[in-house]
Design a protein around this ligand. Sequence first.
Ligand SMILES: C[S@@+](CC[C@H](N)C(=O)[O-])C[C@H]1O[C@@H](n2cnc3c(N)ncnc32)[C@H](O)[C@@H]1O
Length: 241
Amino acid sequence: MKGKIRLPVLDERMLLIASLVREGGVPADIGTDHGYVPIYLVMSGICPMAVASDVNSGPLGAARANAARFGVDDRITFCLSDGLSDMEPARLGVTDVLICGMGGELIARIIDSSDYVRTPGVRLVLQPMSSLYELRAYLAEAGFCIEQEKMCRSGGKIYTAMVCEYDGVRRERTEAELELGRDVSEEESDENLNLFLSRTAEKLKKQIEGRRKGGIDTSREEEILEEVRAIGRARGFSDVG
Ligand SMILES: C[S@@+](CC[C@H](N)C(=O)[O-])C[C@H]1O[C@@H](n2cnc3c(N)ncnc32)[C@H](O)[C@@H]1O
């Protein structure tokens, strides 16, 4: 009797990343590490094939071994590559470039060093672990449109993932938009948004306190805190900030 096919178990963060990949597309997971996202996308039938790349041979070997264990190593192309520079995304037909689980500044550097990510129709799925402000500022300046931002909660933390596409339009963004994301309240569940706003308000209040003690201007932090409170009020949360 044939056993039931078991998909790799993804946490909420990886499930969010996978949910932003287009059905039928060819994702390239840059910095794949364990390879679970491309394995999941191929095994679940969302994508016919995928690319898994990493700058380090250890993680890439682990991804290859995991793909073999799940029986999908023949549908995933493995590349030892710094960002997209040592792979051939056009030849591989890559439609969705995933750069996830890294700091926002490293993600921006990887994007900046690739021409392919500027190809019309190619989508970027980004999931920064830090420096979201810097990443959004880079994307706005470099002509990438953030089409969607989504949050999830995993292990008590809130994670943000974004979908972007290059259109060459440089965008002016306010400090609050760069810090919080644009249209932050539109799609989020009450639970995620409330937690995100409450934690952001606490962080800003601490920053304001520290800066005041050091005699440093706090107008930027206060402006963002006011926006956090306004979003909370508009959503009917009584406990933000
Ligand atoms: C923390 S893991 C994230 C794994 C996975 N993307 C995730 O979201 O769970 C970061 C991975 O990125 C790889 N990495 C770091 N810099 C890279 C670069 N410039 N190009 C490709 N991979 C890189 C590391 O070797 C590591 O395996």
